[in-house]
Design a protein around this ligand. Structure first.
Ligand code: 6CS
Length: 338
């Protein structure tokens, strides 16, 4: 009995020193993302937080865009172990993991939402191949999910690649997006997100692309006059954990995290139903002079024709590893279409 008591007291002392209680290994985990709390990545993160906190003693502290810097900063902080979780889109991760640029081959992802969602849910490339590549960078890839069809916003109308001639077009900082917009006829200008609104306002750039919810919530329409949807892509993002942190967790905690990711994944797909259309309505209500141009099949053809060159550039940048990922993605996309 006396031995038990002293062990108990020793345990209390250690627990106090570690800032925990005896019965709980409760910890606070930090999670940063590239958007505001009410935007898609923020809605995902909020659901993840709710699930983790409901099913464990842990707390998730959320850091929306801007609180800890740009996308590149939060990735660095995650690799360094300062943050436990990060949402960074392949648009930025492409510089670190070249194969992640595959998401910028135009017209690779389907326009049909059901097909797209099925692809993200079941893709072997996403669920089995990409985790190995992320692991090499000290990251545990937890999930990838779509954030909506990407449309261009510009100062002048666009209905063909010729209309993008001489247009300095902001892209996220990855080389394949540069290739892609070069193939579209524009002058691609890679910039971090924080420089886009001001760049458009001061005419340093004259165009950018993003999903409709983001064009609306970040007021991109205030500094451009035309929205063009060419159906060329859907915005993909990825959530990951610092790998040493994740590997060091108990199996129970890893399960809590994986279950929370699954719940947030389902939630975010449902949340986005109708979001594109609702965002268009909000934009038009706020700025009736805004022109929305959804390109016809015929108008899309010259943009589609550029895909082969971008695919070739992707293979050139990534070699066998990229070729394998691309082939697997095509197989996964075929399966999703069935
Ligand atoms: O264009 C960008 O840089 C941003 N777009 C979205 C939809 N999310 C975050 C990213 O920083």
């Amino acid at each position: 009995m006396r031995i038990h008591k002293s062990l108990l007291l020793g345990g209390v002392a250690v627990a106090v020193l570690m800032g925990t209680t005896m019965t709980s290994q409760a910890a606070t985990w930090r999670y940063a993302f590239e958007e505001a709390i009410h935007e898609v990545q923020g809605v995902f993160a909020t659901k993840f937080k709710e699930e983790v906190e409901a099913n464990s003693d842990h707390t998730i502290q959320l850091f929306p865009y801007g609180t800890l810097g740009e996308s590149a900063d939060i990735m660095e902080q995650t690799q360094d172990g300062i943050l436990q979780f990060v949402d960074q889109s392949p648009g930025f991760t492409g510089a670190l993991i070249p194969e992640a640029q595959v998401f910028f081959v135009p017209y690779l992802l389907p326009g049909d939402t059901e097909e797209l969602n099925s692809f993200f849910r079941n893709s072997v490339a996403i669920n089995e191949m990409f985790p190995e590549l992320y692991a090499e960078q000290g990251l545990e890839l937890l999930t990838m999910f779509p954030e909506g069809e990407v449309c261009m916003t510009t100062k002048e109308p666009v209905s063909s690649p010729a209309d993008l001639n001489e247009v300095k077009f902001r892209v996220m900082t990855n080389p394949l997006l540069v290739e892609s917009y070069q193939a579209f006829g524009a002058t691609p200008t890679p910039l971090p997100w924080g420089e886009v609104y001001g760049g458009l306002q001061t005419n340093i750039i004259q165009g950018q692309e993003n999903p409709m919810f983001f064009i609306e919530s970040t007021k991109m329409y205030e500094v451009t006059d035309y929205i063009t949807c060419a159906g060329h892509n859907n915005f993909t993002t990825a959530v990951m954990a610092n790998k040493d942190f994740f590997d060091g967790l108990s199996e129970e905690d890893q399960t809590v995290i994986n279950n929370a990711i699954d719940a947030a994944f389902d939630h975010i797909l449902e949340y986005q139903q109708g979001l594109h259309e609702e965002s268009i309505d909000l934009i038009m209500a706020d700025k009736p002079s805004m022109t929305l141009n959804v390109l016809s099949e015929e108008e899309r053809e010259p943009f589609m024709a550029s895909a082969a060159a971008v695919e070739e550039a992707f293979i050139g940048m990534t070699g066998d590893s990229g070729a394998e990922i691309l082939a697997q993605m095509k197989e996964d996309l075929e399966a999703a279409a069935m």
